[in-house]
Design a protein around this ligand. Sequence first.
Ligand SMILES: [Zn+2]
Ligand SMILES: [Zn+2]
Length: 479
Amino acid sequence: MPQPDQTCCGVIEEAQYRAHRRRANKPQPWIALKFTVALTIALTGYSTYVYAGRFCKDMLMKNSNAQGGPATGVAFLVVFCVLLFLMSWSYVMVVTTSPGHARDYTQTTTRPGYERQNDRPSLNSNDIRGTSYELTTPTVDLSRHLTHEPETQSRSDSQKHHLQLLPASGSGNGDRAASQASPIDSSVAKTERNSQATSADPEEAHVTDVLAAPEAPHVPDTAILPTHANTRESSKNNSPLMISRSPPSTPVLLPEYRYCSRCKIIKPPRAHHCRACGTCILKYDHHCPWIGQCVGAFNHKFFVNFLQWGTVFCFWTLATLLGLNVKSQTRSPAPDLDPQQIVVIALSGLFGLFCILMFITQLHLIRLNQTTVESIGSRSMRDREQEVLSNEYRWYEIGAKRRTQKQWDNEWGEIGREGNLWWLGSGRANWEAVMGKNMWWWFLPIGHRLDDGMSYQTNPRFDDQGRWRRRKEWPSELR
Ligand SMILES: [Zn+2]
Ligand SMILES: [Zn+2]
């Protein structure tokens, strides 16, 4: 909650903040949610009319502007109808299957944890309290380990180097001491104070939760990166560069970190609140306007099936319409172009591209057993590491960058795989967890619920509260 500020700017800011909270708490109206479903059906209907009722019909009827013979017309129409059927079937399944609403499976309760003093986030902690685990800040601990230098020298160095402070890092893995010992400049100190204020106040945590809905993940941006000039200077001085990876230490599996203040429930693991739907969704992937609801635990597989057939349907339509229209223009006399077919060529190209990009992304994420919202954390962590490395090394020091990253991976495991709380150990296992073991299920929108949306196997490389551990702390058979 912002501090009351009596200045003009303060009043405006508070009014904006309250308006934002009101909007954030309200789901979208039903008509707005479902409008795109009607639009999708209308566009499919129109494309079917143009393809079957104009393009194929001309060929079957041997009209003068036909693009091919009757046999071609029949073959194209049959393939088109099969693909239309598979895509429509998948679409009906994904639209009519609920993603799984957490409120149907959990009881409402008050925010837990604050009576348990030991679990309460420490005011002196360097951790920024994650409001839900996908939002915890992936971090790279930039704190240099200046143990080779006396404390006084560290301090004077820090004024030159703008030493970095890391959010959500350190505790429990031995880096905290280094972090805390690192002197910080005034801007960093200010950032730290702000972030601690955020994490300390229970009401504020609630507010952060409201503002940080999964569609717009809030990744606290408090890591202050070193400037090029400063780090170059440190390289020149040959001071040993000891940057280390320090993943968030937030115990994300604890009920305190899974509380949804809007639904007043303790979210099951992997569930998140969807701002558009106004409710918590089991194994939330993302809110998809084209299906008018979320993609979650129970309809994720159908969504992938829809993308598969949507891609094939669009590219079949595009290829046949475009191919024959181009080919017919080489004839003499060339038949007139049908403007409606041109419109469908553009539509199928656009939607085909959209579907295939979504499909490739989904394939990649399913192989990692990450939902879209969970992948944001990994991506952000990777980006930060790249940023840190490019600040620490010159652009041509590619080998050194690789070696540092490899060193981190040796110590911790790979981001997104060993460093993914839900990674099941192999791409195949991850794929089957979403798409099923039966190969028919991979291609057809059939199959019962593969999971209950409430409990998921966790990666044994994490502790039982959901914190990524170092390789040396992993079960011995996994090291
Ligand atoms: Zn919720
Ligand atoms: Zn939604």
